[in-house]
Ligand binder design. Structure first.
Ligand code: EZ4
Ligand code: CO
Length: 406
């Protein structure tokens, strides 16, 4: 099964997506997600200009060899652009291998370890009433675990809250615009407010419902430690990305002060970003995306390493992961033993026209389906109707104008 064609497709139905299409001499098509939010065209170029020529004529069955070849032969290792490009190739090769075998991909990873994949949804609101409504809507949709984000008095715009103009249910942080939107931030106001939100949510919805919260790398270690401690009475499932992810040492300080479970890693791209975090048991959940961390091959190894320390998966699954990347995550979630939870933000209707999917969401559980391969096919005619549009994630400034983490 040799690769005869490799092509990069950029499409923007509800948002931008980059997809790698591999075709083999036995007539199979494999798909890989190469979407890096706000930096989409860099991965498209990395693939088209530097990787596609290397793939033609290669044996598509040699997944491990191809991964090692792309990682080592470039000389320049790691980084989000490189690891997203490698992930796209890796996932497309797994799609091909599973299609050739006539099996859903999870069967090649050891088969199902569970019947369904617990997913969490994103609830948010500008005030308590709006937040409670959003939580109720998620419960009605079937979600049994919920991430809670709210606005904070003293801050005009807060990550995770529906933009006032477009009060759609599912928040999309990246905005189509020639320049990134500027938001404001105040850590002290945030630290005062968030425990009151979780107290109110627990009082309203009871002790059972798993609740999650995302800090988006905005706190110092000691601030994060204080937040974790102050949220202990509300029994969070996890506190996510509480400090900037580059400094693994920071989590040691946070860990010394709180038993609130910690999750981190959506901006990580290799196992090396987790080396101390896993070995020293400083986290509880691995948040990497299959799409940004070298694909299924690398994620499987990372999660097997984590399993030795009872650290579980919490694979990144926002709308900027395409349905192809999402399906790859679901096959892995179903197969591994140390599954924790899966993030799930449903895609918009135009995205679902471009990406024909077979995965399902029922009673709070996702399942990748039983089609051979990933179970997602890109409709190239539909994709061509939605050309690329520049889009950026927002950024933060403090009151005095200093740029802050978003
Ligand atoms: O803001 O994926 O946990 N999920 C998240 C996401 C991120 C976006 C950034 O591209 O933090 O919603
Ligand atoms: Co996050």
């Amino acid at each position: 099964m040799n690769i005869v064609a490799a092509e990069v497709i950029v499409t923007s139905p509800d948002r931008n997506f980059v997809t790698l299409k591999l075709t083999t001499d036995n007539g199979l098509t494999g798909w890989g997600d190469a979407t890096l939010n706000g930096r989409e065209l860099s991965v498209a170029s990395y693939l088209t200009d530097h990787v596609v020529p290397l793939l033609i004529g290669r044996d598509a069955h040699r997944i491990e060899d191809t991964w090692q070849f792309l990682y080592r032969s470039a000389y320049w290792r790691r980084g989000p652009v490189t690891m997203t490009a490698i992930a796209a190739v890796d996932v497309a090769l797994w799609d091909l291998k599973a299609k050739a075998a006539g099996l859903p991909l999870y069967q090649l990873l050891g088969g199902a370890s569970r019947t369904g994949i617990m997913a969490y949804g994103h609830a948010s609101g500008r005030d308590q009433e709006e937040l409670f409504d959003s939580i109720r809507r998620h419960l009605d949709e079937g979600f049994r675990s919920i991430r809670v984000q709210t606005s904070v008095p003293g801050i005009d715009a807060v990550y995770g809250v529906i933009a006032p103009a477009a009060a759609s249910e599912h928040y999309e942080p990246a905005q189509r615009a020639p320049l990134p939107a500027e938001e404001d931030w105040d850590s002290r106001a945030y630290l005062r407010h968030i425990p009151t939100v979780f107290e109110a949510v627990r009082n309203e919805f009871g002790p059972e419902l798993p609740l999650l919260h995302d800090v988006h790398h905005r706190l110092t270690p000691i601030q994060a430690a204080r937040l974790g401690k102050s949220l202990e009475p509300y029994d969070l499932f996890w506190l996510e990305d509480c400090t900037p992810a580059e400094n693994q040492e920071a989590l040691r300080l946070v860990r010394n002060h709180t038993v609130t479970p910690l999750a981190i890693g959506e901006v990580f791209n290799t196992v090396w970003d987790y080396q101390a975090l896993i070995r020293e048991q400083l986290i509880d959940y691995v948040r990497s995306a299959v799409t940004h961390t070298g694909g299924i091959t690398a994620m499987r190894k990372l999660l097997d390493y984590a399993a030795q320390y009872q650290i579980k998966s919490g694979i990144h699954g926002p709308t900027d992961i395409s349905p192809i990347g999402m399906a790859a995550a679901l096959h892995l979630d179903l197969a591994i033993h140390n599954f924790g939870i899966q993030e799930y933000m449903p895609h918009g209707p135009l995205t679902n026209e471009v990406f024909r999917q077979t995965f399902t969401f029922q009673d709070g559980y996702l399942h990748p389906g039983d089609q051979p391969g990933l179970g997602v096919e890109l409709d190239e005619e539909a994709a061509a109707r939605f050309p690329y549009q520049p889009a950026y994630l927002p950024f933060n400034r403090l009151k005095d104008g200093t740029v802050h983490d978003w």
